[in-house]
Design a protein around this ligand. Structure first.
Ligand code: HSE
Length: 436
């Protein structure tokens, strides 16, 4: 049988990885897909560079619309990124009856509802394994492997840049700004790292996982997004003394009254496997009612790891594109008529435990006034650590770990504690998850 023809929009890092892996592993891929998969056309603004990658293997053009208009092309891979031209091209490809493979988490987290509806109406597949955690097949796991389960929660280290920075901060005792500069010098962080360090990239990925896990629409605008830019070396050290590591987690959890969807630095027990995921690696823990806890680990970015996910989607489409659309795996795991309107909970209704660091006057009664405020707000203390003051020093750091409470209640207690004259600096508040 003739190879299925693929058009590639954007041949940067992931595109060139896709081209190379498809060529290198073509015999295996043909054996698995039932026919060859051939990149027949590439569109890239830098035609000369694109030609230097693909040689004479396929046609290279600068206009993506030529790829979409080519009747020979069955599948369009979108690797342009962003919400702008990528969205227009994906919708045009769908309208032209092409199946689409994309690694574009931002596009799907923000415009997924519109894109999946368009694809459903047209009977084409939009596949996006590469959009979440790069080479880790987490979409496949959530959508198919765990399909028997009622998913309870997902917690993921889903941004390699920030995990690299946090690992370096902990390992070398350095502050955020110093490590960020080093990460940029080594190529681990982009020249403009905003989306990574502010938690936006992780929130895009968490939004997509949340939709698939709980059968809700993608709702990036409802996600709580907090990055690592304010994180201080002192808190990483204190957390470690208390048996915790700080990771930027993407978390989504089913509660009785709705779904939590949040990204923020999080203390997790140092003995959890996911706490030991270091450097630029990614990992996702999924808790299902039947399977229990499962863990997925691997490279979340990079040329060939991400290409691995893109090609998995190409193989899936090659196998399934002739199947009746009603018998394919739904885009968001649940059939469109089974998508629910379960709300995403506002942060003040989120249930979590806390790490607090208070700079306090080292004098009688300070601790008791603070614990009284916590008790009055029904917040139970799990552990307290008071750093020994240096000789002659009149202030000290007081670290408090709490049990689970509703965040709104903690905010009220924090305001009262902050108003105490013996609390001498803004209180540091981090969330803590036991992931039990
Ligand atoms: N910038 C991302 C990361 C990779 O640092 O993990 C692509 O999502």
């Amino acid at each position: 049988m003739q190879a299925i023809k693929v058009g590639l929009l954007g041949i940067g890092t992931v595109g060139s990885g896709t081209f190379n892996v498809l060529r290198r592993n073509q015999a295996e891929i043909r054996g698995r897909a039932g026919r060859g998969i051939e990149i027949a056309m590439v569109a890239d603004l830098d035609v000369a560079r694109a030609k230097s990658i693909v040689g004479d293997a396929c046609e290279v053009v600068s206009d993506a619309r030529q790829v979409i208009a080519n009747p020979e092309i069955d599948i369009v891979i979108e690797l342009i990124g962003g919400y702008g031209v990528a969205k227009t091209l994906v919708l045009e490809a769908i309208a032209a009856g092409k199946h689409v493979v994309t690694a574009n988490k931002a596009l799907l987290a923000v415009h997924g509802t519109e894109i999946f509806a368009a694809a459903h109406a047209k009977g084409v597949i939009v596949a996006f394994e590469a959009a979440v955690a790069g080479g880790i097949p987490i979409i496949k796991a959530l959508r198919e492997g765990l399909t028997a389960n009622r998913i309870e929660w997902i917690a993921g280290i889903i941004n390699g840049t920030t995990n690299f920075i946090l690992s370096e901060m902990r390992g070398k005792g350095l502050d955020f700004a110093t490590v960020l500069k080093e990460a940029q010098r080594l190529g681990y962080a982009e020249a403009d790292p905003t989306f990574d360090i502010e938690g936006v990239d992780a929130a895009h990925k968490a939004t997509i996982m949340s939709a698939i896990a709980f059968g809700i629409p993608v709702q990036f605008d409802k996600a709580h997004v907090e990055g690592i830019t304010q994180l201080q070396a002192a808190d990483i050290k204190y957390a470690e003394q208390l048996g915790y590591r700080i990771k930027l987690l993407g978390l989504t959890r089913r509660r009785e009254n709705g779904i939590e969807l949040r990204v923020h630095p999080t203390l997790i027990p140092a003995n959890r496997l996911i706490a030991n995921v270091e450097g630029a690696m990614n990992a996702v823990v999924v808790q299902g009612d039947a399977v229990g806890t499962t863990l997925y680990y691997g490279k979340g970015a990079g040329s060939e790891p991400t290409a691995s996910a893109v090609i998995a989607d190409l193989v899936d489409i090659t196998r399934l594109h002739t199947a009746d659309p009603e018998h394919r795996v739904p885009h968001l795991a649940f059939r469109p008529d089974a998508i629910s309107d379960t709300p995403i909970l506002p942060m003040d209704q989120v249930l979590t435990s806390f790490y607090l660091r208070l700079r306090v006057a080292d004098e009688a009664g300070v601790l008791s006034r603070i614990t009284t405020i916590l008790a009055d707000n029904d917040i139970s203390i799990d552990a307290v650590l008071q750093r020994e003051s240096a000789e002659g020093e009149k202030q000290t750091d007081l670290i408090i770990l709490t049990h689970e409470t509703v965040e709104g209640r903690m905010n009220k207690a924090l305001a009262l504690m902050q108003a105490l004259p013996t609390v001498l600096a803004p209180i540091v508040r981090l969330r803590k998850e036991e992931l039990a």
